[in-house]
Design a protein around this ligand. Structure first.
Ligand code: GLN
Length: 405
């Protein structure tokens, strides 16, 4: 069965009682499977390796700065597109890490998480009927974001186990209606960090066909191999790339909802309008705290964070393999996509729910990362942004589960 993302769904009768009728644009996608699995985990008291949020503390510097900002009465609306301090800190961030020159006054928008960022960008830049190319497997929001903008998502399946991006296959999907390509690196859920050759291929296609790149770089600082290369830094790409990131993963503050968008001024104007009418702005005191974190945390913070994640990866991947899952070490981000064919021939959703219930470990069913659910039916995704004890406990539970079969 094809999981379609219809832009103008036709089901939903006009005669249906108005009390039960919902807008057609919502009929093209279902509830977030990631959040649903978090609820399933709670129900069974399972270790939640489904939703990507840390169970360890955020850096003290950020927490202190947030409390200070609230006590100093930074409690009203911030400037809609972001506080001056945070936009200035973002200028320094992009100079520090990538040698980019960024104008905070004209090129940055601060949003309620990268999730709002992606939705606002598509609503602002993609016209109904235009196509947005998404690499598959993909983070589950991109399809619905395209649908909300009445665009058509076009999927490019990447092949396991390497999930390499082949520019020729990408080029074959380009049509006169292609408006944008979404690139998420380091990647959720595959863990791929796209290399220079792959990204050069994307850049060439964008330049050749006058296409925008929308990059989701939320895991930019979490990588174990290779280097993070912002597509915007490649030749001719600065003017056609929208860079999305945020504080959630870098500073372990997923609940603060601070996302960022860097885009050329003309695009930023439209993005800011959409953002303003959607949410007015991201939480003012938390923006101040993120600015402090960006400026005050030195290289050792980033090195220790990566070392911490490397140790967590080492705690989870071998445990999964021992329990009978086929999976590789991710190059970046904090997810493992695992093939469970050796353990069960159930479909991914049935198996995920059983794993939560019987093993006490909740993953995300693989089909939620594919346009055609069958492509993910032998896969589940685990996160490892958890304390070592949490991961050890999960590993033991999975080993017991596998031993009981
Ligand atoms: N990005 C995280 C994940 O993939 C969290 C998603 C969310 O719930 N917003 O699990």
């Amino acid at each position: 069965m094809m999981r379609s993302f219809p832009t103008h769904p036709t089901h939903g009768s006009a005669r249906m009682s108005d009390l039960r009728r919902t807008a057609r644009r919502t009929h093209g996608f279902s509830e977030s499977v990631i959040r649903e699995m978090t609820r399933v985990a709670r129900e069974h008291d399972a270790v939640n390796l489904a939703q990507g949020f840390p169970d360890f503390p955020a850096p003290t510097e950020l927490k202190e700065a947030a409390c200070r900002a609230i006590r100093d009465d930074v409690n009203q609306y911030a400037i809609t597109w972001g506080t001056e301090n945070l936009r200035a800190a973002l200028e320094r961030k992009y100079a520090r890490w990538y040698g980019m020159e960024v104008e905070g006054t004209r090129e940055i928008t601060v949003t309620c998480g990268a999730t709002e960022a992606m939705a606002a960008v598509m609503l602002a830049l993609v016209d109904p009927g235009e196509e947005v190319i998404v690499l598959e497997p993909f983070y589950e929001n991109y399809g619905p974001d395209a649908v909300l903008s009445q665009a058509t998502p076009v999927f490019l399946p990447l092949k396991p186990p390497n999930y390499r991006l082949d520019p020729d296959r990408l080029r074959s999907l380009v049509t006169p209606r292609t408006r944008a390509i979404v690139i998420n690196t380091p990647n959720n859920p595959t863990g791929r960090v796209f290399d220079r050759e792959e990204l050069e291929g994307v850049a060439e296609i964008c330049r050749e066909h006058d296409i925008l790149a929308i990059t989701d770089e939320i895991y930019e600082h979490i990588l174990y191999e290779g280097e993070h290369i912002p597509l915007a830094c490649m030749e001719g790409m600065r003017d056609r790339t929208v860079v999305i990131s945020g504080a959630s993963k870098t500073f372990s503050v997923t609940g603060w909802r601070i996302g960022t968008i860097l885009a050329p001024p003309a695009l930023t104007d439209a993005i800011r309008k959409v953002h303003d009418f959607l949410t007015v702005g991201a939480p003012a005191p938390l923006q101040e705290a993120v600015a402090v974190g960006m400026d005050e945390l030195d290289d050792s913070y980033y090195e220790e964070m990566v070392e911490g994640y490397r140790a967590r990866r080492q705690a989870l991947v071998p445990a999964l393999q021992e329990a009978g899952f086929a999976c590789a070490e991710p190059q970046g981000a904090y997810y493992v996509l695992a093939d469970f064919s050796a353990l069960s021939d159930e479909d991914d959703t049935t198996f995920s729910k059983r794993l939560a219930r019987e093993a006490g470990v909740a993953p995300v069913p693989g089909s939620s990362f594919f346009s055609v659910p069958e492509r993910g039916h032998n896969l589940i995704r685990f996160v490892f942004c958890k304390r070592l004890e949490t991961l050890k406990e999960a590993g033991e539970r999975l080993r017991d589960f596998a031993g009981r079969r």
